[in-house]
Design a protein around this ligand. Structure first.
Ligand SMILES: [Zn+2]
Length: 384
């Protein structure tokens, strides 16, 4: 008998549920994956939500308040209606006593629930909201171009719009501090890059893909390249990204309960479900076309931080988040919304997959930047 195939053997971490669907994953002799090892050696020792975190949060608040004296706003928060940004808003207003400008980017895919959550929170805190609406024709054109490019990174257009609009607005209004809902509690297990998690806004990649598959110029669509926001905005102009959720106890279920009891905020079935496109992309397009389950990383984060048992995570991942009938309807909705037929979307779905390596990009330069960030201890999540 001889071996016909050299298919790599399937393995799954003994602690979390990350597995060989991440083609680069490595395990130690005990079967523990590198994400778990990274959590233990790099994240946990520097993550303090006790008095140390509280002290650090106080110092941070004092600094932001002092810098914002006399100004209408001392910071800006990008609010999506999802859990992380909603809770970060609450912490900024009540614990840090800041005066944030609440900023929402409408890229056309908001679920009603996300809109409702934003309204309830903004009203409840008696704040104002600035909403930036992305030109839908351009948004749609870029999204279709990305779908046709066949790469896994299908949330690139939305992410580009959200962050670019936020950075641009902050810069124009001279707001130095950008508060985000980024956190270890629900995101310590970084999604591998192969799962469509391209590390930053790369204008080169966007322009190459849009140049090949787009059909109308992007005249107003906001694109702030990673080199511009990392170097010009952050290093030269001193814009700072603040993640207060890493300095307070932030337990997913407790935060959901608090927001719901106080504001009538409604919890989502799963992370990223505030956008109808992202929900479709993560629950249908990615697992079925590419074999990648972003939920695997999301659940693993919760397992590492003790908020979910490994058994529960395995059970949840075994079935899609939404039922088949619902997903079929969403397929139809996405096709209609993008102004193409269901058959056209199906045809795109069936074409062979590609990766960003098939297009012009600046990944090498982003890699150098990320290596520097890690050496300086500014990025603790695993970054290959
Ligand atoms: Zn693991």
């Amino acid at each position: 008998m001889h071996r016909v195939s050299e298919e790599p053997e399937y393995r799954i971490c003994v602690r979390c549920i990350m597995d060989t669907s991440d083609p680069q994953i490595r395990f130690d002799a005990n079967g523990v994956c590198e994400y778990c090892q990274n959590f233990e050696t790099n994240i946990a020792p520097s993550w303090h939500t006790d008095e140390r975190g509280a002290r650090e949060l106080q110092e941070l608040s004092d600094k932001i308040l002092a810098a914002g004296k006399g100004k209408e706003f001392d910071c800006i928060i990008g609010l999506s209606g999802g859990l992380d940004s909603s809770y970060a808003t609450l912490v900024a207003v009540e614990k840090m006593k800041l005066r944030p400008l609440l900023f929402h980017v409408d890229a056309g895919w908001n679920t009603d629930q996300a809109v409702g959550n934003i309204e309830k929170l903004v009203d409840g805190l008696e704040m104002e909201l600035h909403t930036e609406v992305i030109n839908w024709r351009e948004m749609k054109d870029l999204q279709l171009a990305f779908l046709k490019s066949q790469i896994a990174d299908q949330d690139f257009p939305q992410d580009t719009a959200f962050f670019s609009a936020l950075y641009k607005f902050a810069r124009q209004n001279r707001i130095k501090y950008v508060i985000t809902g980024g956190n270890y509690s629900t995101e310590c297990c970084r999604e591998p890059e192969e799962w469509g998690a391209y590390p930053g806004i790369d204008k080169t990649l966007i322009e190459d893909i849009h140049g090949k598959f787009g059909s109308r110029p992007l005249e107003t669509f906001p694109i702030v390249d990673i080199m511009v926001y990392k170097i010009l905005y952050q290093r030269v102009l001193g814009m700072q990204i603040v993640r207060p959720l890493n300095l307070v106890p932030y337990i997913k279920a407790d935060a959901e309960k608090e927001l719901s009891e106080r504001f009538g905020w409604q919890k989502f079935q799963h992370k990223h479900h505030e956008s109808r496109f992202t929900r479709f992309y993560e629950d249908y397009w990615m697992p079925r076309k590419f074999g990648y389950e972003k939920r695997r990383a999301h659940f693993s984060s919760l397992v590492m931080t003790g908020q979910m048992s490994r058994e529960d995570a395995l059970e949840r991942i075994a079935r899609p988040e939404m039922d088949e009938h619902f997903l079929e309807r969403e397929f139809e909705y996405v096709a209609n919304k993008l102004n193409i037929g269901i058959d056209d979307l199906q045809a795109i779905f069936e074409e062979p997959n590609k990766t960003y390596h098939d297009y012009k990009n600046k990944r090498w330069a982003i890699g150098i930047g990320a290596m520097v960030m890690q050496k300086l201890g500014l990025e603790k999540r695993l970054f290959r």
